[in-house]
Design a protein around this ligand. Structure first.
Ligand code: ZN
Length: 121
């Protein structure tokens, strides 16, 4: 991901403040914008130096998905509360696809994460 360096380091500082007990973090997320049957997902990686935002952003365009994203930080908080070191978890984007004259249908983007955390003693 090409993001401005300042943005990445500000995020890193904020993450370290929120989770001072985390010594190392490794997250690998398979992102399937066409739904969970998509054969070749994109893979996004995160670490303490490049932590995720509160939500992993939806890979679909804002036109195709409203209020999308996947709340990865909620999972990290749960893991930290239990001192879990490894979790594999998957789920759908929380957004919806706007449709003319109807309420939207759920966004089909699908995420599958492998999260590893090491803790400070
Ligand atoms: Zn979405």
């Amino acid at each position: 991901m090409d993001e401005p360096k300042d943005y990445v380091s500000a995020r890193s500082v904020a993450f370290a403040r929120a989770f001072p007990m985390i010594a190392s973090l490794s997250i690998r997320v398979e992102v399937r914008r066409e739904g969970f049957t998509q054969p070749k997902p994109e893979v996004w990686s995160y670490s303490l130096e490049n932590p995720p935002d509160e939500y992993i952003r939806c890979p679909r365009s804002p036109k195709d998905c409203k209020k999308g994203g996947w709340p990865i930080t909620t999972l990290i908080r749960e893991m930290v509360a239990q001192r879990e070191t490894h979790r594999q978890v998957q789920g759908s984007c929380e957004g919806y696809e706007p449709m003319a004259r109807r309420s939207g249908r759920p966004c089909k983007a699908y995420f599958k994460a492998d999260i590893e955390i090491r803790y400070n003693e």
